[in-house]
Design a protein around this ligand. Sequence first.
Ligand code: MG
Length: 166
Amino acid sequence: MIRVGHGYDLHRLEPPPPAGAGQAFVLGGVRLDHERGPVGHSDGDALLHAITDAILGALGEPDIGQLFPDNDPRWKGAASEVFLAEAMRRMRTGGWELGNLDATVICERPKLAPHKSAIAARIANLLGVEPSVVNLKGKTHEGVDAVGEGRAIEVHAVVLLKRANG
Ligand code: MG
């Protein structure tokens, strides 16, 4: 009557063109000011990608890369909310609802703390759940490796699904 799912994502962070290929920094559907942004075929929202994969994983469905291939021009620059909406559609079709979501965002900068409640509220809104269902944690990578050097952002997400109306 319950299913657990885990999602993970990493995106490189680069300056905007012409110095790099960084896009606007969007995390959990919220635009943040930062001198670097994610490199990706879609908008590069690592948090929404990890949540999408966690839901798909709980359902035993194909993962985000299989459903939305990064060589498909339809998804170039796409808002990642589209991917999350499809995962939610499959979840509801299968008779499941979200029990809770817990995610950990790992990046050196920007600091997540000032934006955490806004991002959590946005995610709850996208998922159509109460804010208490969504928990976010922010960590640095202690200055080491690509994430610690500010060259990448990493996200882990875990969801629990329960039978709808159960
Ligand atoms: Mg991704």
